[in-house]
Design a protein around this ligand. Structure first.
Ligand code: GLN
Length: 488
């Protein structure tokens, strides 16, 4: 079977010393120098660290020592993943100048593998948004068409990987922020099961939804990164780690696999996205999978449930930014109360303020039962609906986004219209399930279309297996990730 992964290919070149890691790293750093100004994918560079790590990898390869799977591979982290001694801003003015004193667990794991961190990437402020345009650094652009956004909130990671300014990156997904930008940029984005990857050191947006995961340009690469980062961590009380390595299962035969299609996912999606998904169904049928169709009526509550609960959690999580402990502090104030008030008024952007207000509203006495409690109850309904679905099928197939990449400034028009575009991604966060977005075609303008494969809890291996088989069958046609230049 033809392999499309870049990580194994590069790792082979490094260990056989056909290419030095320093050389490889410099190629990426040079590309960032010339192309990041256009894409706005990176918000900070870590060139010294990258070259220092690269030299360490070269020394190891020179001694003939075996390299670890991600060793020496140039990558990036979304700027809400804490990096000790390196500014971590969540692309918010309120965290400008904040330098964490500890590392996120995922970054600790990657450092042990000598991953080459090139820089931190752009995102919507505190991961709230769908275009990365709520970033205080401005939006990250789509490498397929720079009049379009890369998506959000992990838009910087997708822009960097899609523009070949990193081999892979880690993003976070609370309501679609890994899968939606991956879909917009023609990439593979995996949102793991809640609890599969440690959230320690991920700056919290909505803690019962947040999960870290990879964005890469092939299923194999996403699986390799997922396998490396999905380990139990005692520092995250919701951590469980994974059960089986996903990369070992990629080539399994999918004949007889039951693929569930819930009709609610297909209501209101654009015609060309629907056509692409119908074609995917035909591909799976030709691979011997069985399509099982059913309804999940409670999915219609997903958007209000997500926006009520995520905002409630955000209003609590963001209470800590008081101008004393982290980053920015207002310059002029009369007393401590005034300082906190001015810091928050000047430090947060409009979208973050909107969500804090919405969150405190749904949690306030008198409204708690009507909104927060009702949403919690409906969350249970959605969890049950998925449980019922996975009694009938092995994996589910759905669109990732009802459309393709937005033009710039689309999300500035109407927040509710933007929230509605999250309709296909939020259900799995509500239920804590894993889902991978995979490229499955292009629209008339040449913009990538994405599909999701959704699994039961901790069934990452199964969805990645189904994704891999689709990639193998269609890579030369509909599954086309960015594959430009000498950087492989
Ligand atoms: N677009 C969604 C939101 O605005 C998802 C964000 C995310 O997953 N971090 O909340």
């Amino acid at each position: 079977m033809k392999e499309y992964g870049k990580i194994k290919k590069l790792s082979g070149l490094l260990s056989s010393r056909q290419m030095s890691c320093e050389e490889l790293t410099r190629m990426y750093l040079d590309a960032m120098e010339s192309e990041n100004e256009t894409l706005n994918a990176y918000v900070s560079y870590t060139a010294d660290l990258a070259l220092e790590t690269a030299r360490r990898v070269d020394a190891k390869a020179a001694k003939g020592e075996a390299l670890l799977p991600l060793e020496g591979i140039p990558m990036t982290l979304k700027d809400n993943i804490s990096t000790k001694g390196m500014e971590t801003t969540c692309c918010s003015k309120i965290l400008k100048g904040y330098v964490p004193i500890y590392d996120a667990t995922v970054w600790q794991i990657l450092q042990k593998q000598n991953a080459v961190l090139l820089g931190k990437t752009n995102m919507d402020e505190f991961a709230m948004g769908s275009s990365s345009e709520t970033s205080c650094f401005g939006g990250a652009l789509n490498p397929h068409d720079i009049s379009r956004v890369a998506g959000g909130s992990s838009g910087g990671v997708a822009s960097a990987v899609g523009g070949n300014l990193a081999v892979y990156g880690l993003g976070s997904d609370t309501g679609g922020s890994i899968r939606q930008p991956a879909s917009f940029c023609g990439l593979v984005g995996l949102k793991p099961t809640y609890g599969a990857v440690s959230r320690y050191g991920l700056i919290a947006y909505a803690s019962s939804f947040d999960q870290i995961g990879p964005i890469a340009s092939s299923v194999e690469d996403a699986a390799l990164v997922y396998d490396a980062i999905s380990v139990y961590d005692e520092k995250d009380s919701t951590s469980r780690g994974k059960t089986e390595p996903a990369s070992a299962a990629l080539q399994n035969d999918i004949r007889g696999m039951k693929i569930g299609v819930a009709k609610e996912y297909f209501e209101g999606i654009r015609g060309d996205v629907n056509d692409a998904l119908q074609q995917v169904i035909r591909v799976y049928e030709s691979l011997g999978a069985e399509i099982v169709r059913f309804g999940m009526p409670s999915l219609k509550y997903s958007l209000p449930v997500y926006y009520i609960l995520a905002c409630a959690e955000a209003s609590s999580n963001l209470g800590r930014y008081d101008g004393i402990r982290y980053g920015f502090q207002a310059e002029h104030y009369s007393d401590p109360n005034d300082m906190v008030c001015r810091t928050r008024s000047e430090g947060f952007g409009d979208e973050v303020k909107r969500r804090i207000l919405l969150g405190t509203y749904v949690l306030s006495a008198g409204y708690y039962d009507a909104y927060y409690k009702k949403a919690q109850n409906l969350r249970g309904e959605i969890v049950n609906a998925f449980q019922g679905a996975f009694e009938q099928c092995d994996v589910m197939l759905a669109p990732t986004v009802p459309m393709t990449a937005f033009p710039r400034n689309f999300t500035a028009k109407d927040p509710v219209e933007t929230y509605q575009t999250d309709i296909c991604t939020v259900p799995v966060n509500i239920a804590g399930l894993p889902a991978v977005s995979v490229p499955c075609g292009f629209d008339e303008a040449g913009l990538p279309i994405g599909m999701q494969l959704i699994g039961a809890r901790f069934c990452e291996a199964k969805i990645l297996n189904a994704a891999y088989q689709y990639e193998a069958a269609t890579r030369e046609t509909t599954f086309r990730a960015a594959e430009t230049g000498v950087r492989l």
